[in-house]
Design a protein around this ligand. Sequence first.
Ligand code: NAD
Length: 477
Amino acid sequence: MYPQVQLHIAGAWRAASSGDALDVLNPATGEAIGALPVATDADLDEALASAARGFTVWRRTGAFERYKIMRKAAELLRERVDTVARIMTTEQGKPLAESRAETLGAADTIDWFAEEARRAYGRIVPSRASDVMQLVIKEPVGPVAAFTPWNFPINQAVRKVAAALAAGCSVILKGPEDTPASCAELVRAFNDAGVPKDVLNLVFGDPAHISEYLIPHPVIRKISFTGSTAIGKQLSALAGKHMKRVTMELGGHAPSIVFADADVKKALAVLTANKYRNAGQVCVAPTRFLVHESVFDAFLDGFVSISNNLTVGDGLDPNTNMGPLAHSRRIDAMESFVADAEARGAKPVTGGKRIGNRGFFFEPTVFTDLPLDSKIMNEEPFGPISAIQRFSDDEEAFEEANRLPYGLAAYAYTQSGKTATALAQRVESGMISINHHGLALPETPFGGVKDSGYGTEGGADAIEAYLSAKFVTQQGL
Ligand code: NAD
């Protein structure tokens, strides 16, 4: 059963004050399954007033208390995993196993940040005079406006909400309009665990309007956004105009380099699994495959064979390996990538078409040897389309890896320690995973450089995005 989606403002679950709502679709059928409440300005004003009150309460709540409440929220999510995962798959499309993994992963993220709440240390700076004490204390930055997308309805939100709550900030979360109900379950877990009313508000509606309303508002002190580079730049500009701090997790176009000495079997297994996870709608999905000519044919054959053997279907079916795309906009995008490649004379080695006309299914699609100016080689595919390119000299691979303005994730397979070191030093990306897929753990940094954004949402640095350092100096001890 798909739940009724509601806003959560000032501790109450409720409809939008106008009663306006948009359809929520099941991407496996294309049919409406629920209604998204569209927040009005009056609703946003209430959320802002609530977040301001919530901040005064939560910043004075001791770190140990915040930790205990957050740990309870993590436990509640674990207890509710079956229900939450079904909701997520029904509205987002990903296979049930992936929805379960996302929900359980979110619980681990909450645990990590709960523990970070207890480690938000300041420091003592030795003073020049013996009667002066100099302290640096960490304070929560203030109420946060967080904007999160539909590809990981819980995990994109939890990285922001858990870090902000750990720091002592209140939050207004603008959840994803295509996949609202599973995101709402995250908020429910926090509230049921005892996060005081006013501390965590949830709104939905017109994303452009909500961001333009919240970002300039004086109550809001920090902006965090996950989504496309184009929108991220707009929101950063608006935040800059109002001197608000930002964290931006934006698009990528991950180079995935298979060198001549690679374990090709392992590269194939790991890269294809991560390429087709969530039907390729992952900002760190491997997308530009750069393969040495000596192993190119073996890699391509293996890639095509794995792609052709995937079971594409409804994510609720346990046999499904890859679900539908999350909405019809992604089908349009896939068709435009294919049309662009075909206009340049390329033919897909496999796939290339929408599957049926019910739901938003698309074939696993592989192109090879595309011209560098083709759309797929320049824009993030964000879907089950791969471009597999060959190189003969390692330098070419390094150059291609760094050609685009993106710099989020990168992958490489090599048995050479020297090549691995060169990769770590030379590839312009926020994260690089060599000979395995090891990204997106709560305890490790997660974020990009260049057009892929600013800031990190994992590891020991992540809570800093929600803290300010205050210097206190006192004489007369
Ligand atoms: P979109 O840009 O319309 O929406 C992406 C997300 O951004 C949605 O959740 C939406 O609510 C939000 N958004 C859009 N405009 C906004 C605004 N003005 N203010 C605040 N939030 C806003 O695009 P789409 O069709 O949903 O997806 C297209 C592209 O977005 C993808 O190709 C991909 O590059 C990118 N995307 C990236 C991620 C990620 O994890 N980095 C997630 C989803 C989408």
